[in-house]
Design a protein around this ligand. Structure first.
Ligand code: NAP
Ligand code: GCO
Length: 265
């Protein structure tokens, strides 16, 4: 059979924050492409619900409780996955949070928490898996960036700072470990319908659409919010041999929003 450069057969993948949302869809896609899949999250309730959801999709995912900001816990997570599934070939740094607070009203603690999870967490996880990838002679690291790696907007200063930093961490891992045949790229989702963006899509008291919902739809050439499934193909591409000469890039999966000035009112 023609060598399928998109196949992930025999590969072990860790998707952080893969209990639901974008991470769940990416983990599903990697499993459908043949990978053995592990995910982590902080909440036992979310993990149990996720295991049910994976089983319902006939996916034998392994779930682990681990906070990506806890270096000891991540080291133990990587060791446990290596024991259960084999050394990690693919790391998807997906776990992330957002706090929408006007900057002058945001505490330094809130700012630090967002940066800790969205930027330091990916650093900790990448640092934990790279030695094993070097030993194997190959590896794939995919950082889930954001449109806010490129653009700002009101109330998301911490998130934009973290995601901007994650874009540069992506380029630096590429620079530092490309010679070890490790490819590190980013996926930059546009506005995706997940629990994280639910507050931006809530129906108003009169049943009308949230103003931000209408704004995003008007700003997106595709004329819709993305869904987690829109990220499946790009994630398989960046996890597979099909992208072995792609390194340090951010692949935006945004329906064209970053390219578009917006419809004249
Ligand atoms: P989500 O629905 O809020 O899911 C976040 C996931 O991360 C959950 O499984 C959560 O589970 C886990 N998580 C959060 N903090 C964690 C931590 N410290 N350690 C381990 N797991 C943690 O978010 P999403 O919309 O799917 O977004 C996923 C990623 O895509 C994030 O990095 C986000 O910034 C990025 N993104 C989202 C959009 C969008 O429009 N939705 C667009 C661009 C980029 P627990 O709470 O149980 O830990
Ligand atoms: C927001 C949204 C965005 C999306 C995403 C866009 O409040 O503006 O949450 O930040 O999550 O990052 O790419």
């Amino acid at each position: 059979m023609r060598n399928d450069i998109f196949s992930l057969e025999g590969r072990t993948a860790l998707v952080t924050g893969g209990a639901y949302g974008i991470g769940f869809a990416i983990a599903e896609a990697l499993a459908e492409a043949g990978a053995r899949v592990a995910f982590n999250c902080r909440s036992r309730e979310n993990l149990d619900a996720a295991m049910e959801a994976y089983r319902a999709q006939n996916i034998e995912a392994r779930g682990y409780i681990a906070d990506v900001t806890d270096e000891e816990a991540v080291r133990a997570l990587v060791a446990q996955i290596e024991n259960d599934l084999g050394a990690i070939d693919i790391l998807v740094n997906n776990a992330g949070i957002i706090k929408r607070i006007p900057m002058t009203e945001m505490s330094a603690e809130d700012f630090r928490q967002v940066v800790d999870i969205d930027l330091v967490g990916p650093f900790i996880c990448a640092k934990a898996v790279i030695p094993g990838m070097i030993k194997k002679g190959r590896g794939k690291i995919i950082n889930v960036c954001s449109m806010m790696s490129e653009l700002g907007r009101e109330t998301v200063s911490a998130y934009a700072a973290a995601k901007g930093g994650l874009k540069m961490l992506t380029r630096n891992i590429c620079s530092e470990y490309g010679a070890a045949n490790i490819q590190c790229n980013g996926i930059g989702p546009g506005y995706i319908a997940t629990p994280q963006t639910a507050p931006l899509r809530e129906r108003q008291a009169d049943g009308s659409r949230h103003p931000f919902d209408s704004f995003i739809v008007s700003k997106t050439p595709a004329g819709r919010w993305g869904t987690p499934d829109d990220l499946k193909g790009p994630a398989v591409f960046l996890s597979s041999d099909a992208s072995n000469f792609v390194n340090g890039q951010i692949l935006y999966v945004d329906g064209g929003i970053l390219a578009y000035i917006g419809r004249q009112p």
